[in-house]
Design a protein around this ligand. Structure first.
Ligand SMILES: [Zn+2]
Length: 556
C-alpha cells in the first residue's frame, strides 16, 4: 500500500501545514487549562476484535488451499461465488471461524454436499459441524454466496467502474478493509493458504487479470467466459484480486521470469514506455535480496484507475505513466522524479509484504517500513550512495512521531503513516549501527531468504539481528517501533570535555553513534547514563553524523 499524498501542494498550503500544529497546541493548552477532559480514543469494537484476534476458532485449524469461483456481472453490479476452503485441524473441534461482510448473502455452506449450520456475528461467520473434526485430518467445505460488494475505502474495495471510454472496468483493492469484503475466507494475516485457484467468470470480450499463473480461458456459451488462474505460493487474502477490463496485453522476459503487462488500448504506448522500468526494478531487488519470489506465477503489472497496490504477482498501477508519485517530486530533493514511485514501491512489496508477511496488522511496518527502505536501496543501486543518503534523509520531514508504529496486537488496528518513513529511517539507522555495509547487505538478504513465504512478527526480526550481530539490539528496536519519540543524544560541554547520554524511553537503550568532525568521525557508545570524553571541539564545532542516524541532538 502507499502513503497518503497531499492533494494540493502549494506554498500557501505548506505554510498552513507548518502553522497548523502550533495553533493546535495552543488550543490544546486552553482546553487543559479549562479542565475539559481530553477525549480518550475509542477502544477496539467487538467487530474489530472478531476481525483482528487470532481467536480459538481460527487457531484450531491451518489453511491449505482456496479454490474460488466467482461470476462477476457488471450489468447488474452483482457477484455470485463459491470458495472451496481446504484446511487441516490442529485440535479436535466442532466449530471454525471464517469471515464475510454481512451485506453479502450466504446461500449454503456444505461439507461433502451436507449442509452445515453457521452463525453470523458482524463480519464473522462461525461454521458448526455435526461431528467433531479430528486433529491432523484435512477437510474441505464449500462456501456459496452472492450479492453486491461494497465500493469503499481509499482504493475502492470492490468497484464496478467504467473506463474513460465507458467500457466496464471492475477491480478490487481491499487492504485494510479485508478480503471478506468480496469473498469468504479466514480474514486475518497469520494463516495463509499454500496455494489457490481462481476461476473468474466475466462477460465475453473483457479480460480478467488475477494473481498467479494464467491457465486457460473457456467460453461458457452464455455470454460469459471463465478465466482460470493458479497461485503456486502462499498468498495473503488482501492480495487476491480481480482486474476486469478491456485490456491490451504484451509480454516480455527477464531471463526465465515471465513479465506480463496490461493497459487500456488508448494508453498502450505510454504504458509500454513507462513499464520498461519494471525490469530495472526486478534486477535491483533480485541483486539485493535474491530471486523474484513468485517465479512460477510470473510478474504482472496492470493499469488501474486508483494509484496502485501490491497484489501478489499482479501489481496494480495508476501513477499516470509518469515518474514521481502522481507527477510530484515525492521526497522533494530531485531524486523521486528519476523513477516511477508506484512501480518501485508496490513491486518492492513482492519481497516485503507478499513473500515476507506480518502475522498481525499491528506489525505492518514489516510491509511498509521495509518497502520504503527498498526504495532507498533501489536509489543506491541505480545511482549512488550520496543519492541514497539524500533520498533517505528527505523522509525525515514526513515523520510525525505522535504514536508508536507498532499498534495493539489482535485488534485489527492499522499503524500510523510513520510506519513508512520512520520504519525506513529506523532500518537506515540500524545499518549505521552495524557500520559495515557488506555485512548489512548480507544480513538483509539472509533475513529475506530465512523468512520468505512465512508470516512473522517484529520479534522474529529482532531475534534474527541479535543472533547474527551478537549485539543486543532489542532496546533499539523497541525505542523506534514501540515508542512515539526518537532517542535524543544529550551533550554537555565543558572546556576540553563533552558529556553525553541518550534520553530515551527504553531504560536499557544503548546505541553507538558517530560524533566529532565530519571527515574524522569517532564512534562513541552512549547509554542512558552520562559518560564523558575529551575533545578539542566546542559546543559550536562538535558535530554528529545525523545523516546516518535518525536521532535528535540536544546540546545542553
Ligand atoms: Zn506500500
Amino acid at each position: 500500500m502507499l502513503p497518503f499524498i497531499l492533494n494540493t501542494f502549494t506554498r500557501t498550503n505548506l505554510r498552513a501545514a507548518v502553522l497548523l500544529p502550533s495553533v493546535l497546541c495552543l488550543l490544546f493548552a486552553v482546553t487543559v487549562d479549562s479542565q475539559t477532559p481530553t477525549p480518550t480514543p475509542p477502544g477496539p469494537t467487538h467487530a474489530d476484535i472478531l476481525r483482528g484476534e487470532y481467536g480459538k476458532y481460527r487457531a484450531n485449524n491451518d489453511l491449505l488451499a482456496y479454490d474460488l469461483t466467482i461470476k462477476v456481472d457488471p450489468s447488474r453490479n452483482y457477484i455470485t461465488g463459491t470458495n472451496s476452503i481446504q484446511f487441516k485441524m490442529l485440535s479436535d473441534d466442532t466449530r471454525i471461524q471464517l469471515d464475510l461482510y454481512d451485506n453479502l448473502y450466504i446461500d449454503h455452506i456444505t461439507m461433502a454436499k451436507r449442509e452445515l449450520k453457521y452463525e453470523r456475528d458482524s463480519g464473522a461467520v462461525f461454521v458448526d459441524f455435526p461431528t467433531t473434526l479430528q486433529k491432523g485430518q484435512t477437510y474441505t467445505i464449500a462456501f456459496e454466496y452472492h450479492g453486491t460488494p461494497k465500493t469503499i475505502g481509499r482504493f475502492g474495495g470492490f468497484t464496478f467502474g467504467k473506463d474513460p471510454k465507458g467500457r466496464p472496468w471492475v477491480f478490487t483493492a481491499c487492504e485494510g478493509l479485508g478480503a471478506s469484503l468480496w469473498w469468504p475466507n479466514k480474514d486475518q494475516w497469520k494463516d495463509e493458504v499454500n496455494e489457490m485457484w481462481m476461476h473468474v467468470i466475466i462477460p465475453n470480450g473483457l479480460t480478467d487479470v488475477s494473481n498467479g499463473r494464467f491457465l486457460k480461458k473457456r467460453d461458457l456459451g452464455d455470454g460469459f467466459t471463465q478465466w482460470d488462474y493458479h497461485i503456486n505460493y502462499p498468498i495473503n487474502n488482501y492480495d487476491v484480486s480481480l482486474n476486469i477490463g478491456n485490456y491490451e496485453h504484451w509480454s516480455d522476459k527477464l531471463d526465465d521470469l515471465t513479465l506480463d503487462f496490461y493497459a487500456l488500448p488508448e494508453d498502450l504506448e505510454k504504458a509500454k514506455a513507462q513499464f520498461i522500468q519494471a525490469k530495472g526494478m526486478l534486477k535491483a531487488y533480485q541483486f539485493i535480496f535474491g530471486e523474484y519470489p513468485f517465479k512460477k506465477d510470473g510478474y504482472k503489472l496492470i493499469q488501474v484507475p486508483y494509484s496502485g497496490m501490491e497484489h501478489q504477482s499482479a501489481v496494480t498501477y495508476g501513477n499516470r505513466f509518469a515518474n514521481g508519485y502522481l507527477e510530484r517530486d515525492w521526497t522533494g530533493v530531485g531524486i523521486s522524479t528519476r523513477f516511477d514511485f508506484i512501480i518501485i514501491h508496490e513491486s518492492g512489496h513482492e519481497w516485503f509484504g507478499n513473500a515476507v508477511t506480518a502475522a498481525d496488522v499491528s506489525d505492518m511496518w514489516i510491509h511498509e517500513g521495509w518497502t520504503t527502505y527498498l526504495e532507498c536501496l533501489y536509489v543506491e543501486y541505480r545511482w549512488a550512495h550520496d543519492d541514497y543518503l539524500k533520498y533517505t534523509n528527505a523522509l525525515k520531514k514526513k515523520v510525525q512521531n505522535r504514536t508508536p508504529i507498532i499498534t495493539h496486537r489482535g485488534t485489527n488496528t492499522e499503524p500510523p503513516q510513520d510506519m513508512y518513513f520512520k520504519g525506513a529511517l529506523f532500518l537506515h539507522t540500524l545499518r549505521s549501527v552495524i557500520d559495515d555495509d557488506r555485512k548489512f547487505y548480507a544480513l538483509i538478504r539472509d533475513l529475506f531468504q530465512k523468512f520468505k513465504y512465512q508470516t512473522i512478527m517484529t520479534e522474529d526480526i529482532v531475534a534474527f539481528f541479535n543472533d547474527r550481530t551478537g549485539m543486543d539490539l532489542t532496546p533499539v528496536f523497541d525505542q523506534y517501533l514501540r515508542h512515539a519519540a526518537i532517542p535524543v543524544l544529550e551533550l554537555k560541554f565543558t572546556t576540553g570535555m563533552v558529556a553525553y547520554r541518550w534520553k530515551a524511553d527504553e531504560p536499557a537503550f544503548s546505541m553507538p553513534i558517530k560524533v566529532g568532525a565530519k571527515d574524522n568521525w569517532r564512534i562513541i557508545k552512549p547509554t542512558t547514563e552520562w559518560q564523558t570524553m575529551q575533545t578539542p571541539l566546542t559546543k559550536d564545532t562538535f558535530d554528529v553524523a545525523t545523516d546516518l542516524y535518525y536521532v535528535d541532538i540536544a546540546k545542553l
